[in-house]
Design a protein around this ligand. Structure first.
Ligand SMILES: [Zn+2]
Length: 104
């Protein structure tokens, strides 16, 4: 399977797109930094802010399960799939054309 151009895809699919698909709702918010329950692991009710995400920088981190990365890694981790098929799945769900890496 050809590669996916993640640099191009980053402009098409944002962290907010992925958070919306995951049904994420923040419990605390400070500007671009959002906090809430972790979409990757099952957060206990007391860990309301275990998961933190910067929507402007498109990076997340969970203090509980230590999962971290960008919006594509988040989708992959939350669905327990490898990064490459996860990115293609995201494109299909959001109606975005997959930016394949073309051979020279
Ligand atoms: Zn977590």
């Amino acid at each position: 399977m050809p590669g996916v151009d993640f640099n191009r895809l980053r402009h098409e699919i944002t962290m907010e797109h992925v958070l919306n698909l995951l049904g994420f709702e923040w419990t605390r918010r400070r500007g671009d930094q959002w906090y809430g329950y972790c979409p990757v692991h099952q957060s206990e009710p007391k860990h309301r802010t275990a998961f933190s995400v910067n929507v402007a920088k498109a990076c997340y981190y969970c203090h509980q399960c230590r999962s971290c990365g960008d919006q594509f890694q988040l989708w992959a981790e939350a669905n327990n799939t490898p990064l490459h098929p996860a990115a293609i799945d995201l494109c299909h769900r959001l109606g975005t054309e997959v930016p394949w890496v073309r051979r020279w």
